[in-house]
Write a protein that binds this ligand. Structure first.
Ligand code: PMM
Length: 278
């Protein structure tokens, strides 16, 4: 199975690793089209940072940021997801051509979200979440992080089904870094197959996140982006091997190469076994 690559386009002044770089629509569109050329299957457009400590953004400001970018990608025939916790932004973005609503809160931040998405044709990515970024780690307490995340995402799937969203439209995301500290993220990734076993497609986002820099013992503010991207390529390959549907990354070109190498390895092993009997 081929793992899809979701390229990140943050139209924000303050996102975790690329805040401010593509804050105006024109540079965000140019950046996304470059990611598309690098091999992104989907572009994920966000107008509100979810980095730890980030303040909320007014939905109208969020929409001003993202809608022209969503429209430009949709016009260029690119599959777009809209990274938002606001139902009003989700609806406006779907009207502008987005095919996936990516809600890191899984419908918890805005009580209108699930019903809003149900009334569209869009799919929904439901993230595991325990509270806003202003207090990101307040909920980082688990009996067993994999058991707890699987159970809570199952509840969110049920809530989506009750709102009228069929399971085939649901994508589950373990919310790496959301209400999870260093080791809890590694434990969750180690148990990814449990999430994959639930049935719906699974999306994983590790890209440039703090727990990677911690593992590399490089938590400096400017911790080499290249080191974090290499670490992301490794976690993305391992996620692919665990059977995820897509990985959400900044460095599309590096991830594409890493996934291509991993796929060649797998196809090589199939080739060996099929030719051995001759
Ligand atoms: N992470 C961030 C933002 N959106 N969406 C999904 N589905 N999964 C994630 O892990 C996720 C996300 C935060 O990362 P960024 O600020 O670098 O975009």
């Amino acid at each position: 199975m081929t793992t899809l690559i979701m390229g990140i386009v943050n139209v924000t002044p303050d996102s975790f690793s690329d805040g401010g770089r593509y804050a105006d629509a024109e540079s965000a569109v140019a950046h996304g089209l470059r990611l598309r050329a690098d091999g992104a299957d989907i572009l994920d457009v966000g107008g509100e940072s979810t980095r730890p400590g980030a303040e909320r953004v007014d939905p109208l400001v969020e929409q001003e940021r993202v809608l022209p970018v969503v429209r430009a990608f949709a016009d260029a025939g690119v599959a777009v997801s809209i990274d938002t916790m606001n139902a009003s932004t989700a609806l406006a973005a779907v009207a502008a051509g987005a095919r996936i609503v990516n809600d890191v809160s899984g419908g918890l931040a805005d009580p209108e979200m699930l019903a809003a998405v149900a009334g569209t044709e869009a799919d929904i990515a439901i993230g595991h979440w325990r509270g806003h970024s202003t207090d990101m780690y307040a909920g980082a307490h688990y009996d067993d992080v994999v058991d707890d995340v699987v159970a809570e995402l199952r509840q969110r799937m049920d809530a989506a089904a009750s709102a009228g969203i069929a399971p085939t439209r649901v994508i589950l995301d373990p919310g790496i870094g959301f209400g999870k500290k260093g080791a809890q993220n590694w434990a969750m990734l180690r148990g990814l197959d449990r999430l994959v076993g639930l049935g719906p497609r699974v999306l994983v986002g590790t890209s440039r996140k703090r727990f990677l820099a911690e593992a590399l013992a490089d938590d400096s503010a400017d911790a080499g982006e290249a080191r974090r991207d290499l670490a992301t390529a490794v976690t993305s390959v391992l996620s692919a091997q665990a059977g995820v549907w897509a990985v959400r990354v900044h460095d599309v070109a590096g991830t594409r190469d890493a996934l291509t190498v991993a796929r060649s390895w797998q196809e090589g092993s199939r080739w060996t076994s099929s030719t051995r009997s001759r």
